[in-house]
Design a protein around this ligand. Structure first.
Ligand SMILES: Cc1cc2nc3c(=O)[nH]c(=O)nc-3n(C[C@H](O)[C@H](O)[C@H](O)COP(=O)(O)O)c2cc1C
Length: 198
């Protein structure tokens, strides 16, 4: 099969790309608005794009009304966010926070989740997340209807037990991170394999 997703098949681009480009990591993004109210929502158009300096990017689209989602609006007014990564234990709570709540609702309270103060940015991190990254906005690009938020990572928090403190080798058992598949589908990542360098 072949699709012209920049032309006659452009209305199928979301379905095709989000079905096929999987599994995707999930950024569970915490932000605050100008009055300090906390917001949390998951974004799987997300990845890390470099380490010198450490750069991540994710893509919060607009609501069907054309207004930016709360995450994007908060980032635009504060320039700060935290990317929390998601393991199996917090998958359902993460999914709950994708509900489209009014901006005055703190989704983390609704999902029964605790936060910890960040070191360098105002948005807190999610206490139960295995990894959290404190970020400031490096740039924000609008490409058609897409918004690409590029973040500079300042502080990386990793739960005790996930990494060997001397070698930084991953303890895979302690890090059952999940990935996004299409629709409301997710995947576990416990079944891994190694390929030695050629
Ligand atoms: C696993 C998952 C991944 C998602 N990824 C995205 C994404 O990459 N971009 C996007 O605009 N919405 C994405 N969504 C939908 C948003 O989470 C949803 O619109 C949410 O209500 C936005 O909340 P906010 O207004 O508090 O930012 C995703 C939802 C889920 C459950």
């Amino acid at each position: 099969m072949q699709f012209e997703i920049d032309g006659k098949d452009k209305d199928r681009a979301y379905k095709l790309l989000s079905t096929l480009v999987t599994p995707r990591p999930i950024a569970w993004v915490t932000t605050v608005n100008e009055t300090g109210l906390i917001n949390a929502a998951p974004y799987s158009f997300f990845n890390v794009f470099g380490t010198k300096p450490p750069i991540v990017a994710f893509a919060p689209g607009n609501r069907s009304s054309g207004k930016p989602k709360d995450t994007a609006a908060n980032i635009e007014s504060t320039g700060e966010f935290v990317v929390n990564l998601v393991d199996e234990a917090i998958a359902e709570a993460m999914h709950l926070t994708s509900a489209s709540e009014p901006s005055e609702v703190n989704e983390l309270d609704a999902a029964g989740l605790e936060t910890r103060a960040s070191d360098k940015v105002r948005p807190p991190r999610i206490a139960n997340a295995p990894v959290s990254m404190e970020c400031t906005v490096h740039d924000s690009l609008i490409i058609g209807e897409n918004r690409l938020v590029i973040g500079y990572v300042h502080v990386l928090h990793v739960r005790d037990g996930v990494l060997d403190p001397d070698t930084l080798h991953l303890n895979a058992e302690a890090y059952p991170v999940i990935g996004r598949m299409f629709g409301s589908g997710y995947t576990k990542t416990r079944e891994r394999f190694d390929i030695e360098l050629p």
